[in-house]
Ligand binder design. Structure first.
Ligand code: PLP
Length: 433
């Protein structure tokens, strides 16, 4: 495959942008080679600067559940843009999206829109601290909650991919207030809370961990966190930036029937535009200015184009059978992958929940990974070769052994079957070496 234009762009980019990328996950550092530069997307596909076309399972890292450039979202954005791109005054679209979100998620009695998932988690933690009068937060190893100081300890996503041990530039004071426990380990959480529960404002968790590969909550884990929060007076924050509107309209909290105190959203809620949101119990959310003493603001928050994209997306997701259709399409991919992995000597294991899937490159793995320590045993070198072989066969997955893939409504059975053929070729190439 010719990549001359991407390579040229990368050369230019590196002169002016650190590492040539505006988010480290876009770099190919962990898999070898240069990043591709994408020029456009449509449905299941992305096209790069050299005119190569790939079936895409990155989906902008989660937002594009309808696929690339869906007509309903594009026309909603175009209509909104005609009326002006930003006002900094209150608008009707903010109210409409807020109504849709609170209707879909009973635990979200009040919601604030921000511009990214990072802003959402950062603000949720601030209001949890303001409400409880406590400073500490408990997170889980391998979970990613954006790049605010409080959440970078043992973080997933790019931090895991690049193996960054502890983020430089995070003040000791901030790091000290963050406690970490292994995912799925209720005993570790209870021990931490017994020792310092009176200082813990919140437990924040990805209800399905999607930033260290895919780790599903063990039966009872989320309910156990709910009970421990109640016992020690801490708030339970579900970071649903990926799972929100992905596992269903009511997110992971609906899927697993657990009611968190606060939730954070991003990705799908903005339909491909920069949106985040945090919300939850009215008594907590009403501590936020102008009602209360917790300050949080944003010049572009609730931006009309972004709200329009979010509304159009949520409307499309409300179609009866949307999630069932996506689930069965993703199931076809899962089954196909499982058969191919068996055929090629079990170099990896496939796991899936709804439209989120993950290939864990752990040879002969006989169980799903349960935490970050297990996941890290993945053969990242073999994954890197597989990634590049697959890309050359026209299928794009995330350039990291620790990232999930997303099936979207832009995919059809034909795309899934073409993907499986490409995976068959790619596995044959990397396994014979
Ligand atoms: C992506 C992500 C974030 C951060 O969102 P950004 O929009 O990238 O700032 C936070 N939490 C989770 C679970 C995420 O997957």
């Amino acid at each position: 495959m010719r990549r001359e234009r991407s390579n040229k762009l990368f050369e230019r980019a590196q002169k002016f942008i650190p590492g040539g990328v505006n988010s480290p996950v876009r770099a190919f550092k962990a898999v070898g080679g240069n990043p591709i530069f994408v020029s456009r997307g449509e449905g299941a596909f992305i096209h790069d600067a050299d005119g190569n076309r790939y079936i895409d399972f990155v989906g902008s890292w989660g937002p594009l559940i309808l696929g690339h450039a869906p007509a309903v979202v594009l026309s909603a954005i175009a209509r909104a843009a005609q009326e002006g791109t930003s006002f900094g005054w209150a608008t009707a679209r903010e109210v409409e999206l807020a109504e849709r979100v609170t209707q879909a998620l009973p635990s979200v009695e009040r919601v604030r829109f921000v511009n990214s998932g990072t802003e959402a988690t950062m603000s949720a933690l601030r209001v949890a601290r303001g409400f409880t009068g406590r400073d500490r937060v408990l997170k889980f190893s391998g979970c990613y909650h954006g790049h605010a100081d409080a959440f970078l300890a043992e973080a997933g996503s790019g931090v895991a991919t690049l193996g960054i041990p502890g983020c430089a530039g995070v003040p000791q004071g901030a790091a000290q207030d963050t406690l970490t426990a292994p995912y799925n380990d209720l005993q570790a959480v209870e021990d931490l809370l017994k020792a310092q529960g009176d200082k813990v404002a919140a437990i924040i968790v990805e209800p399905v961990a999607c930033n260290m590969g895919l780790v599903l909550p063990a039966p009872g884990f989320l309910a156990g966190l709910r009970a421990l929060c109640d016992r020690f007076g801490a708030l339970l924050i579900f970071d649903e930036v990926i799972t929100g509107f992905r596992l269903g309209l009511s997110g992971a909290q609906g899927f697993y029937q657990i009611r968190p105190d606060l939730s954070t959203f991003g990705k799908i809620i903005g339909g491909g535009l920069p949106v985040g949101a945090y919300g939850g119990r009215a008594d907590i959310m009403e501590k936020i200015a102008p009602l209360g003493p917790v300050y949080q603001a944003g010049t572009l928050s609730g931006n009309p184009l972004a709200m329009a994209a979010g509304i159009a997306t949520l409307e499309a997701l409300s179609r009866k059978g949307f999630y069932a259709d996506l689930d069965s399409l993703a199931g076809r991919l899962e089954q196909g992958l499982r058969a191919l992995l068996t055929k090629h000597g079990n170099p990896a294991r496939v796991d899936r929940v709804q439209s989120i899937f993950y290939l864990w490159f752990k040879k002969d793995a006989d169980h799903s990974p349960k935490d970050y320590t297990e996941i890290k045993a993945a053969d990242a070198a073999l994954f890197g070769r597989f990634f590049n072989a697959l890309l050359n066969h026209g299928v794009a997955i995330a350039p990291s052994a620790f990232e999930v893939g997303f099936v979207s409504a832009g995919h059809t059975q034909t795309h899934i079957d073409a993907t499986l053929t490409a995976v068959d070729h790619a596995l044959a190439e990397v396994m014979e070496r």
